[in-house]
Design a protein around this ligand. Structure first.
Ligand SMILES: *[C@@H]1O[C@H](CO)[C@@H](O)[C@H](O)[C@H]1NC(C)=O
Ligand SMILES: *[C@@H]1O[C@H](CO)[C@@H](O)[C@H](O)[C@H]1NC(C)=O
Ligand SMILES: *[C@@H]1O[C@H](CO)[C@@H](O)[C@H](O)[C@H]1NC(C)=O
Length: 291
């Protein structure tokens, strides 16, 4: 009996010891690895994002151009965030860059880099892959057949000598715009490519309203990255009065209405005139009676 109790006791101890062991191993293993590492880049603002199991570990991001020397990204050393803004580090290059996200041990003194996980990012070259947002623009009628489309290049978050750079400052001659337009109520769309941010569009039908849309276009890039987002459309007034809007059918209706109105007017007027005439003659007979 006593020996059975003793062995149960030993078993319990072994169990406790083993679960404690597994907890500590789990703790060691739980240095979280950066996962789902992605680049997001819009107008050359380039941000590395990842996910990780919550823990007391932090992350340090290194990057490398052409996979040569690795440099720490100054804003992302022992960060507890799971994003890293790398706009500044990547702004100079038209080259593919890779980042490496290293999990750091919470205890700065005693850590063993070899055992901590790290994750490489996919390659990115913002010059060729950054998405371009929709551009603002205005349309000005120069004369009956020509308009001036004036596009404002979207701004980037990059500054140089206290000036905020636009996408034109970065892409320069590689930046073109696609201007699409169509005549109001027509389904035929036309595309014009413009090397500059202002473009004259001529050969329009006089007096007609036209609608315009613009999007950045970078033909030097791979096809999937060539087109910026499309702007909202803007339409010219034309001399689009009520008269021009009406179709042939509507015109027939209008003329028919006018004819009817004229007929009604003429009938009413003649009826009224006869009535007053009869009243006048009646009055004159009444007036003459007592005399
Ligand atoms: C650009 O936009 C597309 C579509 O929204 C998206 O799938 C892609 O990941 C974006 N690229 C970058 C580098 O942000
Ligand atoms: C309209 O203006 C454009 C550019 O200013 C010019 O080339 C064109 O001849 C003008 N057309 C008319 C009909 O005045
Ligand atoms: C285009 O618009 C900007 C302001 O949005 C203005 O400063 C510039 O002079 C315009 N360009 C032309 C050619 O009208």
């Amino acid at each position: 009996m006593g020996s059975i109790l003793a062995s149960v006791g030993t078993l319990l101890w072994v169990g406790v010891w083993m679960s404690a062991f597994s907890i500590t191993t789990a703790d060691d293993n739980s240095a979280p690895k950066a996962e789902n590492v992605r680049w997001m880049s819009l107008d050359f603002t380039t941000i590395l994002t990842w996910t990780a199991q919550p823990s007391s570990h932090s992350f340090t991001v290194q990057y490398s151009i052409d996979e040569n020397d690795w440099t720490e990204s100054p804003d992302c050393i022992r960060t507890s965030e799971t994003t890293c803004d790398m706009t500044e580090q990547l702004k100079h290059y038209d080259k593919p860059c890779r980042a490496d996200i290293q999990t750091e041990h919470p205890d700065e003194v005693d850590y063993d880099v070899e055992n901590l996980p790290h994750t490489y990012s996919p390659l990115i070259n913002p010059y060729r892959e950054s998405n371009i947002s929709a551009a603002e623009f205005s349309v000005q009628q120069l004369n009956e057949t020509t308009v001036l489309v004036n596009i404002t290049d979207p701004l980037t978050a990059i500054h140089k000598r206290n000036k905020q750079l636009s996408i034109r400052d970065i892409l320069q001659k590689d930046l073109q715009y696609k201007i699409s337009y169509y005549k109001y109520q027509s389904t035929r769309k036309r595309d014009v490519e413009s090397l500059t941010s202002t473009a004259e569009i001529s050969g329009l039908d006089p007096g007609q309203s036209y609608c315009f849309m613009v999007a950045a276009y970078i033909p030097s890039r791979a096809r999937a990255n060539q087109n910026g987002a499309s702007s909202l459309e803007q339409c010219t007034e034309g001399s689009r009065g009520i008269l021009q809007e009406l179709s042939a059918g509507a015109w027939v209706g209008v003329i028919f209405l006018i004819v009817i109105i004229i007929i009604i007017l003429v009938t009413v007027i003649t009826l009224c005139c006869r009535k007053t005439n009869r009243n006048k003659s009646l009055q004159s007979t009444q007036l003459s009676a007592p005399v």
